[in-house]
Ligand binder design. Structure first.
Ligand code: EPU
Length: 438
């Protein structure tokens, strides 16, 4: 088991470059299945969710070649297997994108139900509603979702909730369906637009991605393409908060400032200085940090995936802040760990009350999900003393070389391997299999 050891108290300085967006890459890689020719995908982050996606593609019969830093050539033309078994699917929540991509290409798919996860109940009813509207029939049995369709036909799909995953899956399944599909109450995240741009670069006809109505006119064939994944908005936001929490001054490169607007606005309210350039930003703190309130919401609102990081910053600010988590019911599980570091946070349902104490103290803690892990790193960087973070496999699912990038900014962080004792390894193996899909 690896863990991070952080000696806190160093201000972050210098430059950091953001990698490709996880939540775009995990949809774009399965989307390659829809192409009748090989595709090249660039700016793919080196994270374990990507490794798993590529492994699933290979297990299906695709030929995957790493053609340089962060770029892959994927030839989907020899895919014969349309099943993603439990053993692979459980490791990554986003394996559900193989449902939409396989259905869209082969009119059938068999994918293990994404497992439970540490964020609470994660239903896929809206994904199934979209597939049904397009003409697919589904069965759920023994933990597998089976989809079949004689043919897919364009349809009107109105989502009951704003959902990123179901919006992407509806696009994947509809892109080759006959006629016009209209998705209403669609999610508007930057990765939705990125998936649409990727599909359009293969010859798809998708309009309106980034608004709440997406129109898709089905096409018969999709051709090969070379495509660059957008920078990761949440990785950028995480570094913004890390720089602010250490009262540092650094440049974050390879970002789309527009994607960071809701995060930038909140950080400015807290007292963080941010200067935007074309594809980079400078973040620095030269005064006190002050309280603010944050409510998570679908894009363009404040992203739930930045909630734990900004909460950590608010423990270092003056005054009482209120955080309202509106997307995931169990996204405050990191609070117990932050309390071990001296944070004063009370949680009641979807509301957390943070009494800023202005300081944190190092402690041994555990990452309980990806963004919780990022929050603990930020806490460790700002805290006095040493913080040891266990279960960092959660962090490595979604952050590309986090410790290397932080070290380059002057942080004292190292990754160490700790040999498991027999009991420890049993406990951790079962904990890991429970928690893997996020
Ligand atoms: N929902 C339903 N039914 C559905 C689908 C979703 O009720 O069929 C509900 C969910 O329970 C939730 C809300 O709708 O309350 C939003 O869920 P959404 O479908 O948008 O989430 P997701 O697609 O499963 C993606 C990201 C998450 C991110 C959310 C919200 C990926 C692979 N995951 O999840 O990312 O939190 O959107 O923005 O794109 C992360 O990166 O740490 C992460 C968890």
């Amino acid at each position: 088991m690896d863990k991070f050891i952080i000696k806190g108290g160093r201000k972050l300085h210098g430059e950091v470059t953001i990698s490709g967006a996880k939540n775009a890459a995990v949809a774009i890689l399965p989307a390659v299945i829809l192409s009748d020719e090989p595709c090249v995908v660039e700016n793919v982050p080196t994270i374990s969710d990507v490794t798993i996606s590529l492994r699933i593609l290979e297990e299906m019969g695709a030929e995957v070649t790493n053609i340089g830093k962060d770029a892959y050539r994927i030839d989907p033309t020899k895919i014969t297997n349309t099943c993603v078994p439990y053993e692979t699917a459980r490791k990554m929540r986003a394996s559900y994108y193989f449902l939409g991509a396989l259905l869209g290409k082969f009119n059938k798919a068999r994918v293990s139900m994404p497992g439970g996860c540490p964020l609470g109940d994660r239903p896929i009813d809206q994904h199934l509603k979209a597939f049904s509207a397009l003409g697919a029939k589904y069965t759920l049995s023994q933990g597998m979702v089976d989809l079949t369709a004689e043919k897919l036909t364009g349809a009107q799909i109105f989502f009951d909730v704003v959902t990123v995953g179901a919006t992407m899956n509806a696009m994947l399944a509809a892109v080759k369906a006959e006629g016009l599909t209209i998705i209403e109450n669609a999610a508007k995240e930057p990765h939705i637009v990125d998936l649409a741009n990727f599909l359009n670069s293969m010859g798809a006809n998708i309009m309106g991605a980034g608004t709440d109505v997406i129109k898709i006119r089905g096409v018969e064939h999709l051709h090969g393409t070379t495509y660059t994944v957008i920078p990761d908005q949440i990785e950028a936001g995480t570094f913004m908060v890390a720089i602010a929490a250490t009262k540092g001054d650094a440049i974050i490169k390879n970002v789309i400032p527009k994607h960071l607007e809701s995060i930038t606005k909140k950080l400015e309210k807290i007292g963080v200085n941010i200067e935007q350039y074309d594809d980079s930003i400078r973040v620095w703190v030269d005064g006190p940090l002050v309280k603010t309130n944050v409510k998570t919401a679908p894009h363009p609102g404040f992203p739930t995936d930045m909630q734990s990081q900004i909460a950590t910053l608010l423990t270092l600010a003056e005054g009482t802040s209120i955080i309202t988590e509106n997307i995931w019911e169990q996204r405050f599980r990191y609070v117990d760990e932050l309390r071990r570091m001296g944070a004063d946070i009370t949680v009641n349902g979807k509301i957390a009350l943070i009494e800023g104490t202005g300081k944190l103290m190092g402690a041994p803690v555990k990452a309980c999900d990806l963004r919780a892990g990022a929050a603990l790193i930020i806490a460790g960087l700002a805290a006095s003393g040493v913080t040891e973070i266990e279960d960092i496999y959660h962090i490595e699912r979604g952050y590309d070389c986090m410790e290397g990038k932080l070290r380059a900014l002057g942080a004292d962080i190292e990754k160490v391997s700790v040999p498991d004792t027999a009991k420890n390894s049993t406990d951790k193996a079962s904990a890991k299999s429970d928690k893997e899909a996020v």
